[in-house]
Design a protein around this ligand. Sequence first.
Ligand code: AMP
Ligand code: MG
Length: 497
Amino acid sequence: MFSIPFENQYVTLGEGFFARTRPTPVSDPVLIRFNHDLAEKMNLDTVDVARDQLAQWFSGNQVPEGAEPLSMVYAGHQFGHYTPRLGDGRAILLGEVIGQDGQNYEIQLKGSGRTDYSRNGDGRSPLGPVLREYLVSEAMYYLGVPTTRSLAVVSTGDAVYREEILPGGVLTRVARSFVRVGTFEYHARRSDQEGVKKLADYVIGRSFPELSESENPYLALLETVIERQALLVAKWMQFGFIHGVMNTDNMSIVGETIDYGPCAFMDGFAINRVFSSIDQQGRYAYNNQPGIALWNLARFAECLALAVDSEVGAAVEAVRPVLEKFQALYERAWMAGMQAKCGLVRKKRNATPSQDLLIKDLLSLMHECSSDFTIVFYELSRLSDQAEKQDHEFLKQFASNQYAASDWLVKWRAALSAMGIGQKQRQSQMQSVNPVYIPRNHLVEAAIRSAEDHGDFSAFHELHEVLKAPFAEQKGRQEYQSPPNPEQEVKQTFCGT
Ligand code: AMP
Ligand code: MG
């Protein structure tokens, strides 16, 4: 009989880091989707396991043998305000497995019932947000953005009560680690230095074993987390992705995108775009994301400081220069990515000052003209070295200032000629980083509507298939590429909890 080969480690941290919690059964679990590709990577030999059995496990109705279900405790700064105890209010870690790559994968149910940390919540999730997280997190993976992944969607057969009555769902999601900045804050802000060190040692041992050789492993951990976040946020920016709720409890220590709530990909570009209905001040607006990442990392640095050096003054002296590296790391990653998007890559990758200006000029023009973020780079990737008729498709994205966009193309082509790369090679390089398909909000919304309102999952499955190959043009799937009509446009997103 098939069983999941659990090798649980989080549980070894012991009391003070979690509460053992069993999932609350649901009425009628039906498996909507199971991610066999991911299961294989995780060494789960599920191909022959009956769908009913998978539905039992991934709804929480049956706890698989070897699982040690628990909910993790953490704290967090939410919109800048500290809450001393949050924790998994509707999530339960089943346990961990070792994948084909030798790395660990933590398996978590989300929407599986109340836990010690539910406060006034019901521990449940409507099906809509579950489908949304499945689609967007998997799309991120195929775009090459570090992310938690999704293993299964189960509908529960139970109603979830929000402003309206909605069908319930359980998502099984998978991460290298579910430890967050907020997990460290929980211990640090209770002045539990032993707890901080224990957690840091665990994270190093589990996720970054090479750091244990460093002169000061805690300082090295800080540096690694900073580096990962800088690379992550640079990627978000390059796909027009807005996380929407970058609270410290939603920032992963291993640098994966986590907690897909009100997140969204931009259609028309606006540098300060906000989607989330609860982000009234625009704290988590598109262009604030790098600054907020740094703000969160400063909170992380505060947690680690006394582990780095038990003398406060020396700790601050040690930590500050590491934190200051973020800006340069981020800018370097951002610029390298933008150069690739624009085809301005030569052997030596350093951007020249004129390239820097060229890229920034393009973004200001896009902002001015509300150009579709994805289509601009898609069209640019298809232009030839010489001006020709096809330029029109690119220029269409700049309807309110085509003259400036034409001027920009002249300068772009001048810069291209200095790269010394053939047109074909340049185009194929650009097409490998500029997607044709992103999970556009109106498509995600339409898939959710037909699932929630009519129990029809075909749009969800089809959209997911398209997003598995985002850089390749797929025959007959033009509608997945197009921006929304004005009446399809999603102007605001909701946490959906
Ligand atoms: P989030 O906005 O998803 O990052 O969640 C913030 C906090 O609220 C976390 O501690 C969640 O576990 C908790 N939470 C969100 N929704 C629910 C729910 N339906 N029931 C219980 N806790 C919840
Ligand atoms: Mg969260």
